[in-house]
Design a binder for this molecule. Structure first.
Ligand SMILES: Cc1cc2nc3c(=O)[nH]c(=O)nc-3n(C[C@H](O)[C@H](O)[C@H](O)COP(=O)(O)O)c2cc1C
Length: 403
């Protein structure tokens, strides 16, 4: 018997096992924000995968916060479509695997990565790649309007049938960028209290809007690995410094957050940190093992410091043949309660069921080639361009021929 199969109760909610289908945006929703056939196909796989937790991808809380025209966006107008989508996934999971997976919707504002960039402050490092002007800086007045949008999205998520919502702060999107807004004037910059204000206010607004037993969780970028004052959780020399991360987690827990999905780095700037790869757009300045160890260090640090906190561990897909052993180890060393698989889940959606049945096939595992991201960056829909024929052909047509 493996710990991965054990059910667990977190914040009053039962998770059938420790496996998490991580949020993996496909940029493939319809223009009204509803799931397209491609989106549905991915989540049908997730429902059939046997994962106890399906952490659905980035869903914009407002149109201007969408990172691309295919980003998911639940609204009053399209609620019915989401209702049947979520109900179908639950039925499929029950029929195929006999479980009730917990399905969480990730609520986001893309900030700097929105279609029209909406930035917290001028960032000399990020702006090398995507130039902006002062006009792109969001005002305090605008930021004040966001907590109620998060609350409204959370209420819609309940109606749609989601079991929980994620108030997301990671990967350089708006909330995460604000965490390092050391040099921003006004109510959302400078002091720690100001930099965490929007995140905490949004958690509070969501918590106040939903029933007391509704699951509210967060995907948190524990450290950007971008030098201070342009990154959070990091020193001026770009070393890990979790002092403020600890303070933030303490505040999140005081607001009632009991489950955090830990991620590190910014996929637009240092993707090797966020998702260690064998092949990417550049040669990584550190060995993948260094990045993998960083996940364990950060997660274990938080688990040790906050025994009441449950953690989803990230960054596992690189391990290929050793995937399941490393996932078990992550839990047994006390670095996670649940284990997340991102690229691994889209490459080989049935990996967990196959493993349980003694049929795990390492040859089907993610090869960490970064083609899923390359598709995204080429403004295409994204999926596994190695094992899925549709995305393989798309990659050949739209990305490979540009090289
Ligand atoms: C194509 C792609 C899309 C992603 N979309 C999201 C997303 O919508 N939300 C999020 O929090 N993380 C997103 N991620 C990050 C993954 O959830 C995960 O943290 C990362 O891939 C590292 O985990 P892995 O090694 O299991 O792939 C995405 C990653 C990729 C490659």
């Amino acid at each position: 018997m493996s710990v991965l199969n054990d059910s667990v109760i977190i914040d009053g909610v039962t998770f059938a096992n420790r496996i998490v289908f991580q949020p993996m945006e496909g940029c493939d929703c319809n223009s009204d924000g509803t799931p397209s056939e491609l989106t549905v196909a991915k989540y049908v796989n997730a429902a059939k995968s046997g994962a106890g937790l399906i952490w659905m991808e980035a869903n914009a809380v407002c149109p201007e916060g969408r990172t691309n025209p295919g980003q998911m966006m639940l609204t009053k107008e399209n609620l019915q479509k989401f209702k049947s989508f979520v109900a179908d996934l639950k039925r499929i999971a029950k029929d195929e695997c006999g479980i009730n997976p917990v399905i969480i919707l990730q609520l986001t504002h893309s900030g700097r990565q929105s279609i029209v960039p909406m930035i917290a402050y001028r960032h000399p490092i990020y702006e090398e790649k995507r130039p902006v002007t002062d006009d792109n800086i969001v005002t305090d007045e605008y930021l004040k309007t966001l907590p109620e949008k998060y609350a409204a999205s959370a209420l819609l998520a309940i109606e749609a049938g989601f079991d929980g919502v994620d108030v997301k702060s990671c990967h350089g999107y708006l909330f995460q960028e604000l965490l390092s807004a050391f040099n921003r004037p006004g109510e959302y910059g400078g002091s720690f209290e100001n930099r965490i204000r929007l995140y905490i206010d949004s958690v509070k607004a969501v918590k106040a809007a939903v029933p007391a037993d509704y699951l509210v969780v967060s995907r948190l970028g524990a450290a950007d690995m971008v030098p201070k004052p342009y990154g959070f959780g990091t020193t001026e020399d770009n070393e890990l410094d979790l002092t403020e991360t600890d303070m933030l987690v303490e505040r999140l827990m005081a607001e009632g957050i009991k489950l955090i999905n830990i991620t590190i780095g910014n996929p637009y700037y240092n993707p090797h940190i966020n998702r260690p790869f064998r092949q990417g757009a550049y040669v990584a300045p550190e060995a993948p093992e260094v990045g993998l160890a960083r996940f364990i260090t950060v997660q274990k640090h938080l688990k040790d410091k906050f025994p009441a906190l449950s953690i989803v561990g990230s960054g596992l897909s690189y391990y290929r043949a050793d995937l399941m052993e490393r996932a078990e180890e992550m839990i047994s060393v006390g670095a996670a309660d649940l284990v997340g698989f991102g690229r691994g889940s889209i490459a080989y959606p049935m990996f967990y069921r196959d493993w349980k049945d003694g049929k795990f096939d390492a040859k089907k595992c993610c090869v960490s080639c970064s083609k899923c991201t390359a598709l995204m960056r080429a403004k295409c829909v994204s999926g596994c361009a190695v094992f899925n024929e549709y995305y393989r052909n798309l990659y050949k047509e739209k990305v490979a021929c540009q090289k």
